[in-house]
Design a protein around this ligand. Structure first.
Ligand code: ADP
Length: 765
């Protein structure tokens, strides 16, 4: 085998197969020099296809197969470029590349077996494949067919065919480096076949689109034809008989003359609109709403208040104050027949029975109910509907609620009135105000319905979690009734007397089949739920009962189950909330604050530390502005009284103090952490311990005066759950303790304070 060395022309996009010819232009000095050398020496150059297009590629990245080419033309052109003509000779095997001082690449190569393979069988398969390809693929020229006649071997035939095929450069490079003629044959057949399949798929899609177009035209044509035939026969179409039916229905509709006129008008439009018009469905939708809205359909109230009280007692345990206030409200409303009375708004944490109370009132009064939630809405169209010109228009939630209720005077529950948002799409709260305001709601007009609807006979009941978050303009119209969160003992009674019987009833079993021990109930409340209301508790009880029902069915030997502590753990898994007795622990720089959260109340340990610095105060824990202010007040207060509290001012001046209120699902704003923040700072700076079974709440002024705060009941219940033994409360919150269960009052020592010095004396002196 002869080894040779030759100059290399490296290129990433000029592809030359043996026996074919290529012309191209070069412009760089480097290339011109290269081809001048070629022309003046051997007249042969080795064409190598690099994988990328850098001018001086790394030789380790170059392929080991190239195509030896004869230069047949090198001509300078008037545009300063040089035209080159190359004819491919054969593939060679490159085993070494080197670069000379002029950055010219040379290759040592050896010949590969270039024997021409004659195989008629393969040749005919290839030609058939090619014929199919030329026929199918629109962008393929059939000039190749004349040339292949002259080639008898598949070695050259494959190269010839590929050089004609509209394959991409990358694909062609694979054929350059493939030296096995048979492999090139199979590659070619596969690649051509893929292209043919692709073209066939395209054709199929095109045919389908065409067919669908035809279908639409056909349908249109048939419809028109039906119309003409029906007209000729004098036959009422389905639509016409529907219009007749609706006209009869309209006669019986209890609506006002105005509404009747409007419906009549729309019916006429409906009649005249061709069945092919897209507008037809929109008019039909509108008519549907108008026919199905309750017009002047009233239920008669049951005015017997004893029934109402009985109904409320039957569905809801306790809540005596709330029930009393509801009855008073109903009595005044009935007595004065004053529709302008404010709207009830039940406020309190989730799961304490607000919505179900409203439903219970409706049932007792014999009214239908409508219920919507306005939580999260930021678009007034949700309340008053979209205009009919709007695509996909619909009435707002008020009209939709009425349609569902089926009467014009239902109890209309509006949930989550505190969770509406205002943005550029409008202010839903002001639209809701129009709905609730008796002086305006007689003439309420939904944008979609476009006609007035009298909302004044509706009894609205709203619910909310936080009073402060109810939009101000609405708050003014509402009679707020606060529904408090439950103590463990109340939850126990609710569970035993309401939730369990209801759950047994739903599962169609009785107390004879399943009985809960008192300890088990308490354990579920304490260790498997953490909430202000009883929703989670209800879920847990239902889950236990479902599991027991399954046991009763699968294990017929046991006829009765007693649910005790152990069985609860078996059915519900490990205890989720565990409250340890913490009274022995004492800590420096950590004090329990008291928070009012969605779960009712909770303790909120506030911690502080210090390190070398310049007397800065650093606050972390996503605190609100008011809480940050409280921290600064506490900081100033202890600085002002440093001497009295035994705090070394040097410690303050030479250090930075960092206060952190740990994360958690707690709304951390409001002034009530004042006393707690002060205590944390004193404990930190005097290194005096504070017991961990103490909690405190109270706003503080710069002079140390303690001001009252809200949410006492919830906060106390939360602290009780956390096994707190002593609570420091503002003196002015004394009356709030009256609302608290005796059993809790017995467990906790309350210390009422009006000035911080009293707390200091108790804890640190
Ligand atoms: P809210 O509207 O306050 O979120 P729900 O009215 O939906 O709460 O009440 C949640 C569940 O708790 C309901 O199944 C309800 O029957 C039950 N529930 C709440 N409070 C009581 C109560 N005092 N007595 C009996 N069941 C109650």
């Amino acid at each position: 085998m002869i080894d040779s060395k030759t100059l290399v022309f490296i290129n990433s996009d000029i592809i030359l197969f043996p026996n074919s010819e290529i012309h191209f232009e070069i412009s760089s000095t480097y290339e011109k020099e290269l081809f001048n050398i070629v022309e003046n020496t051997t007249q042969q150059v080795l064409l190598v296809n690099a994988y990328d297009n850098s001018t001086f590629p790394d030789i380790t990245m170059l392929p080991n197969i190239g195509v030896l080419a004869n230069i047949t033309l090198l001509m300078d052109m008037p545009n300063k470029k040089t035209k080159v003509n190359l004819v491919g000779v054969r593939r060679v095997n490159i085993y070494n590349y080197n670069i000379d001082n002029d950055s010219k690449y040379y290759a040592n190569y050896s010949e590969i077996d270039n024997q021409k393979i004659v195989d008629d069988h393969y040749k005919s398969i290839l030609i058939k494949g090619l014929e199919k390809y030329v026929n199918k693929v629109p962008y393929m020229s059939n000039a190749v067919m004349n040339k292949i006649e002259l080639v008898d071997n598949i070695t050259d035939l494959t190269d010839l065919i590929i050089s004609f095929l509209p394959f991409g450069i990358d694909k062609k490079k694979k054929y350059i480096v493939e030296t096995d003629s048979y492999k090139r044959c199979t590659m070619l057949l596969t690649d051509m076949n893929d292209d043919i399949k692709y073209v066939e798929l395209e054709e199929k899609i095109e045919r389908q689109v065409e067919r669908e177009m035809d279908e639409v035209q056909k349908e249109y044509y048939l419809r028109e034809k039906i119309n003409v035939i029906q007209k000729e026969l004098g036959d009422d179409s389905g639509k016409d008989s529907e219009v007749t039916r609706l006209r009869k229905k309209l006669d019986k509709l209890k609506c006002s003359q105005n509404i009747k006129k409007r419906i009549e008008l729309e019916l006429n439009r409906y009649e005249k609109t061709p069945s092919t018009s897209p507008e037809l469905a929109l008019i039909r939708d509108y008519l549907d709403w108008m026919f199905n809205l309750p017009w002047n359909t009233y239920t008669k109230d049951n005015n017997n208040f004893n029934d109402v009280m009985t109904s409320l007692d039957k569905t809801h345990f306790g809540l005596n104050n709330v029930k009393e206030r509801i009855l008073e409200y109903l009595a005044v409303r009935q007595q004065t027949n004053n529709l302008k009375s404010p709207i009830i708004c039940l406020v309190g944490p989730p799961g304490i029975g607000k919505t179900t109370l409203a439903l219970s009132i409706a049932k007792a009064l014999n009214r239908k109910t409508a219920k919507i939630s306005v939580g999260g809405i930021n678009d007034e169209a949700e309340i008053v509907g979209h205009r009919r010109t709007y695509v996909g228009a619909n009435p707002g939630r008020i009209i939709a609620g009425l349609k569902k209720a089926g009467s014009s005077n239902p109890i209309f529950i509006i949930d989550e009135i505190d969770k509406m948002r205002k943005d550029m799409r409008g202010d839903p709260a002001s639209s809701l105000l129009e709905v609730l305001d008796p002086s305006q709601n007689v003439h309420f007009s939904d944008h979609y319905i476009e006609e007035e609807y009298d909302l004044s006979k509706i009894m609205f009941i709203a619910t909310a979690n936080y009073i402060e978050q109810i939009p101000y303009e609405l708050r003014d119209r509402l009679e707020i009734i606060e529904v408090p969160s439950y103590t463990e003992y109340e939850k126990f009674d609710i569970c035993k007397n309401y939730i369990i019987p209801k759950a047994l009833d739903n599962a169609n079993i009785t107390l004879f089949d399943v009985q809960f021990t008192d300890n088990a109930i308490m354990s579920i409340i304490r260790h498997y739920t953490k909430e202000a209301g009883v929703r989670e508790l209800e879920r847990k009880i239902n889950s236990i009962i479902r599991k027991i029902v399954k046991k009763l069915i699968t294990n017929k030997n046991v006829v009765r189950y007693e649910i005790n502590d152990n069985l609860v753990e078996e059915l519900l898994g490990k205890k989720k909330y565990i409250y340890n007795e913490i009274d022995t622990e004492k800590r420096i720089g950590v004090v329990n604050g008291m928070a009012y959260t969605a779960f009712g109340g909770d303790i909120l340990p506030i911690e502080a530390t210090y390190y070398k610095g310049k007397g800065n105060l650093i606050l972390t824990g996503s605190l609100g502005e008011v809480m940050k202010e409280s921290a600064h007040i506490a900081y100033s207060y202890i600085k002002a009284n440093a001497k009295e509290f035994g705090i070394d001012m040097k410690l303050i001046n030479d250090n930075d103090i960092h206060i952190h209120v740990p994360e958690g699902a707690v709304n951390k704003d409001g002034p009530s952490a004042g006393t707690c923040l002060t205590t944390v700072l004193i404990s930190l700076l005097t290194k005096k311990e504070v017991k961990s079974n103490i909690s405190m709440t109270g706003e503080m002024t710069l002079s140390g005066k303690i001001l009252p705060i809200g949410g006492v009941r919830e906060k106390v219940i939360g602290s009780h759950r956390a096994k707190i033994k002593t609570i420091y409360l503002p003196e002015e919150n004394k009356n709030d303790l009256e609302e608290i269960d005796e059993k809790i009052l017995k467990d906790i020592d309350f210390i009422l304070v009006d000035n911080y010095k009293k707390i200091y004396n108790k804890i640190f002196k």
